[in-house]
Ligand binder design. Structure first.
Ligand code: GDP
Length: 365
């Protein structure tokens, strides 16, 4: 159950966006066994393929993949030193799998900005600095430990120390740790430190209602894009206000509203899909009369572990998977037709699942 944390300075539109997420939320009925805390929103991952499969199979029910967002309020300058909610806030970030940083790109004289003016890059840097400071503390502690290990005669620790020193330098320059992780050794050393600046991150540029469809001329958005490009990060442009209005409408009206605004899809859907990709996730399907369902797995997952998402018994007793790609299935109209053409493959334990695989697992009970 992967989670995206929404962070940002006060008054940038986090709660507005989060409200849109909870209002648009996945049907609670689909998640009967989850208690959901007030700052967690569960949304369906939009996927047009699921609709097509539903048309084909006419199942009793359709279950989309879900994704969790957590509203992490309370980050202010000085958080790493314990200002505001400080450390508690940072501990929340440590638990999420990816971060969506909301930056204010809308002007509104009635809404004060904590730092006095609209300047998204400064805002991003304030937050980055706090996260870097928190990570710096973590890395310093580890360096102390490793130095003791070296004194105790642990030669292997020398390599670790070199890597940690490099990371310390990066963080001291207020650069996120993800900038230096480009080899396995570094990734290995940092894995257990759960650094905040190692989390995959995307930026959410919050623009005014008027700019929801055409933020092209918004100079703040341009700056955020430029900044993000240097980090290799993605930028999603949304108007949190518009999103919260859309989320209250029934589906057909929402679609009409989007068309009126000149939008193809809601900013929220864009955000959900971008987060999905950012987390390195992909989808496989199970399809039948009772249910058509999308399942979420990390890229590179093998067939038995994918089966384990459905039930641990299926993973344990895994024999093989019968798989047809979504495209082959659609081109041929029915599963039987695809099978006739030899497009339904039998895959074994080592098969690496592909996005869009429509799968039937065979297993021993
Ligand atoms: P948070 O502190 O980051 O959670 O910010 P909020 O979501 O509470 O938003 C702060 C204020 O900005 C609220 O009064 C919102 O209504 C307003 N706001 C948020 N997004 C927009 C927007 O796109 N346009 C305008 N004009 N106001 C917005």
């Amino acid at each position: 159950n992967l989670e995206v944390g929404i962070i940002g300075l006060p008054n940038v539109g986090k709660s507005t966006l989060f409200n849109a997420i909870t209002k648009a939320g996945a049907e609670a009925a689909n998640y009967p066994f989850c208690t959901i805390e007030p700052n967690v929103g569960v949304v369906d991952v939009p996927d047009a393929r699921l609709e097509k499969l539903t048309e084909m199979y006419k199942p009793k029910r359709t279950m989309p993949a879900a994704m969790r967002f957590v509203d992490i309020a309370g980050l202010v300058q000085g958080a790493a030193k314990g200002e505001g909610l400080g450390n508690k806030f940072l501990a929340h970030i440590r638990q999420v799998d990816a971060v969506a940083q909301v930056v204010r790109c809308f002007t509104d004289d009635n809404i004060t900005h904590v730092a006095g003016s609209i300047d998204p890059i400064r805002d991003i840097e304030i937050i980055n600095t706090e996260l870097c400071l928190a990570d710096l503390e973590t890395v310093e502690k580890r360096i102390d430990r490793v130095q003791k290990m070296i004194k105790g005669g642990d030669k292997k620790a020398l390599t670790e120390l070199e890597i940690l020193k490099l990371v310390r330098q990066t963080l001291s320059d207020a650069q996120p740790a993800r900038r230096v992780v480009n080899d396995d050794d570094t990734a290995e050393v940092l894995r257990e430190l759960f650094l905040l600046t190692l989390k995959p991150t995307l930026f959410v540029a919050n623009v005014s209602e008027q700019e929801a469809a055409g933020a092209g001329s918004n100079p703040y958005v341009a700056k955020v894009r430029e900044y993000a490009a240097r980090e290799g990060a993605e930028v999603i442009v949304v108007s949190a206000k518009v999103e919260s209005e859309i989320a209250e409408l029934p589906d057909d009206e929402a679609r009409e509203f989007l068309t009126d605004l000149g939008l193809e899809e809601s900013g929220l859907d864009k955000l959900i899909r971008a987060s999905f990709t950012l987390l390195g996730l992909m989808t496989f399907f199970t399809a039948g009369e009772p249910e058509v369902r999308a399942w979420t797995i990390v890229r590179g997952t093998k067939a038995p572990q994918a089966a384990g998402k459905i039930h641990s018994d299926i993973e344990r007793g895994f024999i093989r998977a019968e798989i047809v790609s979504y495209d082959d299935l659609m081109t041929n109209g029915t599963y039987a037709a695809a099978k006739e053409k030899g497009l339904v493959r039998l895959e074994g334990k080592e098969y690496i699942m592909q996005d869009g695989d429509v799968t039937y697992f065979r297993f021993n009970v």
